[in-house]
Design a protein around this ligand. Structure first.
Ligand SMILES: Cc1cc2nc3c(=O)[nH]c(=O)nc-3n(C[C@H](O)[C@H](O)[C@H](O)COP(=O)(O)OP(=O)(O)OC[C@H]3O[C@@H](n4cnc5c(N)ncnc54)[C@H](O)[C@@H]3O)c2cc1C
Length: 385
């Protein structure tokens, strides 16, 4: 397979790299300490102004129309500099893609430009519940039609960006009698909808600069036009859109992994023990070589999935392979980078302990590694491959 990037893709990657280095990277340590919420919001505005919140959205709706490969390259670069900002951008892009995929023309015209230009600081993707994580079809959030409104009741858990999102894509059960996974619909809920309440901010191990909250729908009233796509067919949409989101998480994982290994390579070239640079020890070189293979394999899997998506071909299995491999590789790379720093790796003056904490969740959200394996196995057996 040939992966020559187009001039536009190279431009987007290089622009993302430059802007992220100048603007995001210097703020990342403070965001990790839980400081600089205003700076974080200004990061999001800055990304919107530069087209990074709607990379795969058509220009007619204010997007960059750059494609899935460009999206992956950009998220990798943002993730290299600041994971908290990158995950927010990745989810916001995903929310836009759901609207673009199934929204009516009116919904696309009303909401996509506001996601793209930063009118909404971010978008939120509300699927998970306390009893419905790996198995989202077990959700109990309910939507009932009453007159010319839908009334939503239930609680979504661990929702990225909920605190500052202007728009929420929400899945809820509309036909409780339907077989599991069938009677679920998708809604667009604006932040000021009556009955929408943002719950407590979760205290996280990593990616601490990004917000993660419960979202309560307490008799939340939205107009009938808030339904997106066909009634009772929303779950299929969620499953499809998660595949696209997995390319984002894979790219984010690669960004963190690369940042960790770049820090490690610099360190082993400078650090001396036993009268030599530690980079001269073969034991160290083998660690670097194994992780270099990880980075390259992750990059190729991500490009493959994104390329298939851009071609309009099935890409769910490839997206799961990219997400599984890249997130597990990020775990190996950040752990190796920390090890190569010795005691310094455990100290907050160096960035590698932050990378290790930031990488950990990539094996869990948007489907755990175990769930990716289930998808890959199911597709492989179905294809007879
Ligand atoms: C920081 C953060 C941000 C998040 N952002 C969002 C968001 O924006 N929107 C959203 O909707 N959700 C979000 N989530 C939720 C996330 O997607 C879920 O946490 C994840 O899908 C796992 O669900 P769970 O936590 O309920 O774990 P569980 O499903 O309870 O899984 C527990 C363990 O059991 C394993 N397991 C479960 N089923 C199987 C099986 N069939 N075979 C083998 N192993 C299995 C899992 O792999 C895992 O190891 C976020 C979570 C976090 C922590």
């Amino acid at each position: 397979m040939h992966f020559e990037l187009t001039d536009e893709e190279k431009l987007i990657r290089d622009t993302a790299r430059r802007l992220a280095a100048e603007r995001l990277a210097p703020l990342a340590p403070a965001l990790d300490r839980g400081e600089g919420r205003e700076a974080f919001l200004s990061n999001l505005r800055f990304l919107a102004e530069n087209g990074f919140m709607a990379l795969n959205i058509r220009a007619a709706y204010g997007g960059a129309e750059a494609g899935a490969v460009a999206f992956a390259l950009a998220i990798e670069e943002l993730g290299y500099a600041c994971t908290a900002t990158a995950v927010t951008a990745s989810v916001t892009n995903m929310v836009g893609e759901v609207i673009q995929a199934i929204g009516s023309e009116d919904q696309k015209r009303a909401y996509l430009p506001r996601l793209a230009d930063g009118t909404y600081a971010a978008g939120a993707f509300c699927l998970t519940e306390s009893g419905a994580g790996s198995d989202p079809s077990a959700m109990t959030t309910r939507a009932r039609r009453e007159g010319d409104e839908w009334i939503l009741d239930g609680t979504k858990l661990y929702i990225t960006s909920a605190e500052y999102a202007g728009l929420f894509v929400v899945w809820a059960v509309t036909d409780p009698e339907a077989p599991k996974g069938r009677g679920i619909s998708c809604f667009l809920v604006e932040r000021d909808a009556p009955g929408l309440v943002i719950g407590k901010a979760e205290q996280k191990m990593g990616q601490t600069g990004s917000a993660t909250n419960a979202v309560h729908f307490d008799g939340c009233r939205v107009p009938l036009r808030a339904l997106m796509g066909r009634e009772n067919e929303g779950f299929r949409v969620a499953v499809g859109e998660l595949a696209g989101g997995r390319i984002g998480v894979a790219a984010l994982s690669l960004g963190i992994a690369r940042a960790a290994m770049d820090a490690a390579k610099t360190y082993v070239r400078e650090r001396r023990q036993f009268g030599s640079r530690i980079a001269d020890f073969q034991g160290i070189q083998w660690m670097i070589a194994d992780r270099e293979v990880d980075l390259e394999a992750a990059r190729l899997l991500i490009l493959q999935a994104a390329h298939l998506k851009d071609q309009g071909l099935p890409f769910a299995k490839e997206a799961s392979m990219a997400k599984l491999f890249a997130s597990e590789a990020a775990h190996r790379c950040t752990d190796t980078a920390l090890q190569l720093h010795g005691g310094a790796g455990y100290i907050k003056d160096y960035p590698v302990e932050r990378y290790a904490r930031d990488a950990r969740i990539t094996r869990i959200y948007e489907g755990t590694s175990e769930i990716q394996r289930l998808i890959i196995a199911r597709e492989t057996l179905r294809q007879g491959g």
